[in-house]
Design a protein around this ligand. Structure first.
Ligand code: GUN
Length: 304
């Protein structure tokens, strides 16, 4: 992790890009070992329905990084007009394919396809997104489960900065989505943090932020969390990736936290881009490796 103290920014900048690169290397080594010792090559299938440009970029990057880690990558593309039955038929085929250990259906799906029904059809042991109710339930009661990639990446960055023991830290998660907010809160709770979840109906968001040692922002609103709200020295994890107009026909990526002002009070903060974003795909590869090991009756890989 880099400690870059420049200009008015007194906070440590948490370098997710560098951490993710190191994690991918460790995954690559474990994949090579799995091949050499057990003759197994993990396989990840990604299903993309429609032509959403952002999703296409994600899916391309996932495929490339999967192959770079020594895993098999399969991409299945369906037209935006695909029916629910067609998507479910693809999931059924991948569930039954022994060469595929992980299945990810890129979200969002077109309106005619029921997202929850598609997730429900994925074999929970191949659910590398950790979105299936079986994995959500297993996680909640403390059983072995596949964990959603973005929250998993956030926890790795937090532990790298704060140490393995997060006991007693006051954590605030802003946002309550199934993909980030809710699983993030569960992982922080599992780590013995005292967890608050804030959302659009929360009464005093600045007051909640002021009490948080750890602040995770996942609301999808550009620069929404103001720097003055942050507790001095807090660790700030910004999950937001928002594209805004930068004038002169250009756009720029910003997070959910107003980075400039947050830098003055936070102890450490993830930048956008280069913070949480790169961790998501690296954790997808980690989950694919973990799922492959579990399916083969092997222990989870040590990626520390
Ligand atoms: N779309 C945006 N983020 C995600 C993710 O983590 N998983 C899937 N399947 N789709 C997404």
């Amino acid at each position: 992790m880099t400690d870059r103290r420049d200009g008015a920014c007194g906070a440590e900048i948490i370098d997710g890009k560098a951490f993710a690169a190191g994690l991918r290397q460790r995954i690559g080594r474990e994949v090579a070992r799995l091949k050499a010792e057990h003759g197994i090559t993990p396989g990840l299938a990604v299903v993309l329905v429609g032509e959403d440009p952002a999703s296409q970029v994600y899916v391309r990057n996932k495929g490339r990084q999967t192959r770079e880690a020594g895993m098999k990558s399969e991409e299945i593309r369906l037209p935006a007009t695909a029916t629910q039955e067609e998507v479910l038929a693809v999931v059924d085929r991948l569930n039954a394919d022994p060469a595929i250990n992980g299945i990810l259906v890129q979200l969002p799906l077109p309106a005619q396809v029921d997202e929850l029904a598609v997730i429900d059809r994925i074999d929970p042991d191949k659910d590398v997104d950790g979105f299936h109710v079986v994995n959500v339930g297993r996680r909640m009661v403390g059983m072995r489960a596949l964990v959603p990639c973005t929250p998993l990446g956030c926890m790795m960055l937090l532990r790298d900065r704060l140490g393995q023991d997060l006991s007693g830290q006051k954590a605030l998660v802003v946002g309550r989505s199934n993909i980030v907010g809710k699983p993030m809160a569960q992982l922080l709770l599992d780590a013995n943090c005292t967890v608050t979840i804030a959302h659009s109906r929360t009464r005093d968001l600045p007051g909640e932020c002021a009490r948080a040692d750890i602040l995770v922002a996942a609301v999808g609103r550009p620069n929404f969390i103001q720097g003055e709200w942050i507790k001095p020295g807090a660790t700030v994890i910004d999950v937001g990736i928002n594209r805004i107009d930068a004038g002169a026909g250009k756009t720029r990526l910003v997070g959910d936290v107003d980075f400039e002002s947050a830098c003055r009070l936070a102890g450490a903060i993830t930048p956008v881009p280069g913070g949480v974003g790169p961790m998501t795909i690296a954790c997808l590869l980690a989950n694919t490796l973990t799922a492959t090991c579990y399916q083969a009756g092997l222990p989870a890989p040590d990626l520390d």
